[in-house]
Write a protein that binds this ligand. Structure first.
Ligand code: SF4
Ligand code: SF4
Length: 360
């Protein structure tokens, strides 16, 4: 039951980023053609305020002072009073907030300052503004510039996030910022991937690699989506059921952190990368996946873990993990028995620790 974990469970796993990432709601004033979570003005999907409060309280006791609340959506500013109260609540629980927004609210410099001031006063530290050719039809670039200037004037750390594709790039955004007289803002480029509406773009818009991306999972990070599902990341793969960890409504943050830290699939992806998971498929699927082209590891990951195929791969990885664990448990039991026979008990602790670490 939620809230009934023992105090001894409230220890954060070593791998935790001490960051509570929440996609608050899926409502957005825009409807960008690349949007991964399919955000739109008509989408009312959202986390309840009660759940957000409970997660903030748990984050304080789990992560300790200085933890981070990372907010995105949808567009967080659409429910401004609520947004302010969430940021305030995080600060009252010794956390600070970072956020992503599309800057629609920054009509002019003064208006942008007035919007940001209460958020900064209540603990907002970093603000990322989304801007590129996909946002252009909905948000005038002037508003991006107003938001950046206002944020800088209030001491906020400001960044710009843009999509990398055949029609959008960080260098183009940097040129536009320079023309507007905005310098020294960090611009991050994230490639267009086949997630949500992004999956509907023409093939020649993706920056496809010539070779199979064989790197490790670049940024798995526990994230609560707008439907309160705990995902392994917000890079696209997390929207596949086989890369979700259950509902934050019925599980505590501590449970979710431990599931994340001990999940065989996440650990496999971090250690070996999505390309290594292709070997779990039959020959026909292997050849189909290998013959396609991908933007990056996450694009490949989404292909492998999509739908029924993803469930199959998950089962195979879990079953291989369980076999290896059984072998390890037998080994440690033998060591423990030998030590007990010679009146030593160290390995009994080792066995207990191993079972505790890997039991879900
Ligand atoms: S502004 Fe962001 S959340 Fe809204 S539709 Fe565009 S990409 Fe999606
Ligand atoms: S490789 Fe998969 S799990 Fe890792 S960040 Fe990318 S999409 Fe997410």
């Amino acid at each position: 039951m939620v809230g009934q974990q023992s105090e001894s469970m409230r220890v954060v796993p070593d791998t935790s980023e001490r960051c509570l990432s929440i996609l608050l709601w899926n409502t957005c004033n825009a409807q960008c053609a690349h949007c991964g979570p399919l955000s739109a003005p008509s989408d009312k999907t959202r986390n309840s305020r009660e759940l957000i409060s409970r997660l903030i309280q748990e984050a304080e006791s789990l992560y300790g002072p200085g933890w981070t609340l990372s907010l995105s959506g949808g567009e967080p500013f659409l429910h401004f009073e609520e947004l302010t109260s969430i940021i305030r609540e995080a600060r009252s629980h010794n956390g600070y907030t970072t956020m992503i927004s599309n800057a629609y609210w920054a009509r002019d410099f003064e208006c942008a300052r007035q919007s940001l001031l209460p958020l900064v006063q209540n603990g907002l530290k970093i603000l990322s503004i989304s801007a590129d050719s996909y946002h252009d039809p909905y948000i005038s670039f002037d508003r991006v510039v107003n938001a950046l200037r206002a944020g800088e004037s209030l001491g906020l750390r400001m960044t710009v996030r843009c999509v990398g594709s055949a029609t959008s790039s960080a260098s183009e955004i940097m040129n536009r910022l320079r023309t507007a007289g905005v310098f020294y803002v960090h611009v991050m480029e994230m490639p267009l991937v086949r997630e949500g509406r992004g999956a509907l773009r023409p093939d020649n818009e993706y920056l496809l690699l010539e070779h199979l991306p064989e790197g490790r999972c670049p940024s798995a990070s526990l994230t609560i989506d707008a439907s309160s599902n705990a995902m392994v990341c917000c890079n696209g793969g997390g929207s596949d059921k086989s890369l979700q960890l259950g509902s934050a409504v019925t599980r505590t943050l501590s449970d979710l952190e431990y599931s994340f830290a001990s999940d065989p699939v996440i650990n496999f992806l971090k250690k070996s990368g999505p390309a290594a998971a292709i070997d779990f498929l039959d020959e026909q699927e292997q050849s189909e996946i290998r013959s396609d082209r991908y933007v990056n590891e996450c694009d490949l990951c989404m292909k492998i873990f999509n739908g029924a195929r993803g469930c199959l791969v998950r089962r195979q990885i879990e079953s291989r993990f369980l076999s290896s664990m059984q072998g390890e448990i037998v080994r440690i039991k033998r060591v423990a028995e030998n030590r007990q026979n010679t009146d030593q008990t160290g390995s009994v602790d080792e066995l207990g620790l191993l079972v505790e670490q890997h039991a879900d």
